[in-house]
Design a protein around this ligand. Structure first.
Ligand SMILES: N[C@@H](CCC(=O)N[C@@H](CS)C(=O)NCC(=O)O)C(=O)O
Length: 242
């Protein structure tokens, strides 16, 4: 089986896809796209959409973390990403869907707001993530790109404040899913574990938020499933928003 994963070092759904490939022991190559250029790179690779994760698997093109989890379970049944038992499967599917729709956009929105509104974030991105020469110059040159991605994610001041206000109840929900046993079994992670906990891991990497999250059960579960994530992401949020 040949697999090539188009990824981005800061993309939490792309990390979810990589970890699922690792769980399934599918040998794969990771193409670490250049932040900002990733939509062009994935389109150039023949994918219909512009997002990562995008996976070439035995000649097929599969895009989206939820599509990838299903394709992997079909191709390599064990270990399972979706339980066989109907009731358990329904719970995992519902959690995965909630994670993708509600929680996954949060770190993306916050991060893109930071890159569009904070020069220091663009310098950090250029130096630490993209490893570009002349990060100060890149921070200036990348303003239009940063604004474009902020617009695509509706990363406005109001949206970011709203996302931050809703975050505690979303994290409560993740902690409940762990308490109910839907996710959080480190020995047998399922598709919802990867979907949800990779988003929590991305939030934990933000210095603005770490102290508010790290004592929660979901923080320990996220660190277990994904010990490494680029960062820490330096503070960029207004202090009275967090
Ligand atoms: N729900 C999709 C979303 C993927 C997504 O939005 N990925 C971001 C990076 S985290 C991206 O590639 N965005 C490019 C764009 O918005 O054009 C998934 O789970 O795969």
């Amino acid at each position: 089986m040949r697999a090539k994963l188009y990824s981005l070092s800061l993309s939490h759904p792309a990390h979810a896809a990589r970890l699922m490939l690792e769980l399934k022991k599918v040998e794969h190559e990771v193409v670490d796209c250049l932040p900002g250029m990733h939509p062009v790179q994935v389109r150039f690779a023949g994918f219909r959409g512009s997002t990562v994760p995008a996976l070439r698997l035995d000649g097929r093109r599969i895009q989206g973390s939820r599509e990838i989890s299903r394709a992997l379970d079909q191709l390599v049944p064990e270990p399972r990403l979706f339980p066989v038992d109907h009731q358990r499967r329904a719970a995992v599917e519902a959690a995965e869907q909630w994670g993708a729709r509600e929680l996954q956009p949060v770190p993306r929105k916050l991060f893109r707001w930071g890159v569009a509104n904070r020069r220091e974030m663009r310098v950090w991105m250029a130096r630490e993530v993209a490893r570009m020469p002349a990060p100060g110059l890149m921070a200036w040159a990348n303003v239009p790109v940063a604004r474009y991605f902020a617009r695509v994610s509706a990363a406005t001041d109001d949206e970011v404040r709203g996302a931050l206000a809703a975050l505690p109840s979303q994290l409560d929900r993740v902690d409940r899913l762990i308490a109910e046993g839907v996710i959080g079994d480190g020995a047998a992670p399922n598709a919802a574990d990867f979907q949800i906990l990779c988003s929590v891991r991305a939030l934990l990497a933000m210095e603005d938020l770490r102290a508010r999250i790290e004592s929660r059960p979901c923080a320990a579960a996220a660190m277990r499933i994904q010990p490494d994530f680029p960062g820490p992401v330096p503070r960029f949020l207004p202090a009275d928003w967090v």
